[in-house]
Design a binder for this molecule. Sequence first.
Ligand code: HEC
Ligand code: HEC
Ligand SMILES: [Ca+2]
Ligand SMILES: [Ca+2]
Ligand SMILES: [Ca+2]
Length: 466
Amino acid sequence: MRCQSKWLLGCVGIGLLWTAWSCGVALEAGEEWAGGMTSVLEEGRDAYSRSARNMPTERIGDFSVGNSFFNTNWTAAPASASARDGLGPVFNARSCSGCHLKDGRGRPPEPGELMTSMLLRLSVPGDGEHGGPKPEPNYGGQFNPLAIPDVPAEGFATVAYEEIKGEYADGTPYTLRRPKMILKDLGYGPLAKDVLISPRVAPPVYGLGLLEAIPEAAILAQADPDDKDGDGISGKANSVWDVVNKKMSLGRFGWKANQPSLLQQSAGAFLGDIGITSPLFPDQNCTSAQAACAKAIQGGEGESTKPEITMERLEQVAFYTRALAVPMRRKWDDPQVLRGKGLFSQARCQSCHTPKWKTGEAQESFLSNQTIWPYTDLLLHDMGKELADNRPDFAANGQEWRTPPLWGIGLTGVVNGHTMFLHDGRARNIEEAILWHGGEGEASRDAFVKMSKAERDALIAFVNSL
Ligand code: HEC
Ligand code: HEC
Ligand SMILES: [Ca+2]
Ligand SMILES: [Ca+2]
Ligand SMILES: [Ca+2]
């Protein structure tokens, strides 16, 4: 039964008060258009792969070139397809879509399997350039398990799990799994004794142009780093080095909001994940301990082959991630979903997962002035010891993570064939993701644990409707 028919029933039967609670209060105008005018009506395997519904037709060319470079498998240099060579020398994957499969999210490997759609960030304590993480001396800022021929790879990374048991207030048992990263066959000697390792799965890449277009002042207005209002929720903005503007900027992207823009995020991914240099990051990803890596042949077009991807191509890939549409919500007016929506706010989930924003004047006018429902504040929160990676990233400390957007999350299973959530993919479903919330999120988690089975189901149905 949908809300409208219930509304009628409510008027005829139980009365207006109940009606207002079950429909009027909970349902908000336009909330089903998660990405505003960009939203697409698509709930199949391509739900994350469409261009914004209102993207002008003259941009289809840029979108499809970006799409093609996002999907292309880069090859080792020299190759005949010289616009798409330069892979490595060390790398994690051959393409962006190797990790962001179907523009969605990656997952951790099964125990004993190689990491394919997640990566490990590395550093040692202390400040690196511009106050960012200080790279591990031999392995750099990221563990690269693969390499081109004649260059040693950095090693093999996998995950093992330990089961931990818990119980809801109603006595229902649950089991969570706590991950432990395992690094083997190290190619460049032992890691520094005090190495800091941050596991991160590839997050989905749709709707990001809208998040980029939320005015900085609006995000900062929600920050409350010292919890002055005393609600137990801080919310801190990350401040990161902006390579293009050569200044510190608000961080928005990545699990710790360590990237300021989609252009820089894409350039960083090309270099760090695939080994492709760009005008933003012109030097190969080799440390001084990696001699064969440093000597390997450059890829790219023409005689002067540096960098391996041109600014035009890089901008097209960034445009692609900017223009990927958010899917429209499903079942937004279903009574169980609306009940869950009420519980989401009772458990104060929205104090971090801010439902609604309005974009400002965007770089792309079709993203401007949109009312969007991403369910994130783009701020950092202390999520407790269990989720901590203990690795600082600019202003983010070892326990802080950026609130991830929840829009589109209910289609993860359909698109990616799994429902592994959180930064390291340890949660096997939405329920486990909530149960891992600690620190500033602990009160919300406790509220969830105290709910009845029907209430928990309703809350999860709501999250899955996003
Ligand atoms: C090895 C797996 C891997 C590959 C390959 C990869 N990514 Fe990512 N991507 C990630 C991870 C992990 C993150 C989160 C990074 C972090 O938290 O520091 C991420 C984050 C992103 C984000 C930000 C998403 C958000 O919600 O904040 C964008 C955009 C992105 N990648 C684009 C790309 C592009 C473009 C390419 C190809 C050039 C690419 N990625 C290749 C794993 C990958
Ligand atoms: C204190 C801020 C905060 C509160 C309150 C909060 N969350 Fe979160 N949520 C986060 C952060 C930060 C993460 C990412 C943590 C990580 O990956 O380690 C997260 C992750 C999630 C995820 C997984 C998202 C993904 O992409 O992997 C879901 C689902 C989620 N939260 C739902 C909820 C629900 C439902 C509630 C209320 C019961 C809630 N959250 C309350 C901050 C919060
Ligand atoms: Ca290269
Ligand atoms: Ca490395
Ligand atoms: Ca507060």
